[in-house]
Design a binder for this molecule. Sequence first.
Ligand SMILES: [Zn+2]
Length: 166
Amino acid sequence: MQCKNVYRFPLDQKYSVKSKWRKLLWFIEDFAVGPHSGSLIHSIDFMVPVGTPIYAASNGIVVWIKKDSDKGGSSKKYLYDGNRIVIRHKDNEFTAYEHLRHNGVAVKLGQKVKEGQLIGYSGKTGLGFLPHLHFEVFSKPSKDQSEGTTLEARFKNIGKIRDGDL
Ligand SMILES: [Zn+2]
């Protein structure tokens, strides 16, 4: 299912251009850790280096943060070690940004954010083989609003992007 809102690309625009190099990194990541499945099926991995600035994809409120992790790797044991931000937007849609670097969260729980506002820095915490930003648009949130059922993401000026497209 497609999302209702149209979102701002969560990185600098230069990363919205197709790149064979990033596609190759994505294939390696996908091979090492496995494809997104189940409720995460429409997640998108953006292959960017540690420390890449991340921007809010739309106006909203920060409803979930994990920022204390400094652990990560391709073993399933790291599944819950990814630093993560979740923002609630209109129409009960949420965006999530995961694998942020240790202390790479630049917002606070409950904070109102504007579209395009710097919210953190990418990293390599949690379940992953290479540094990247894991991005989700989701609805049907869990009680704590930390996760939900992912939707196909649509972006301003770019349209629909699937995992591995960029
Ligand atoms: Zn991912």
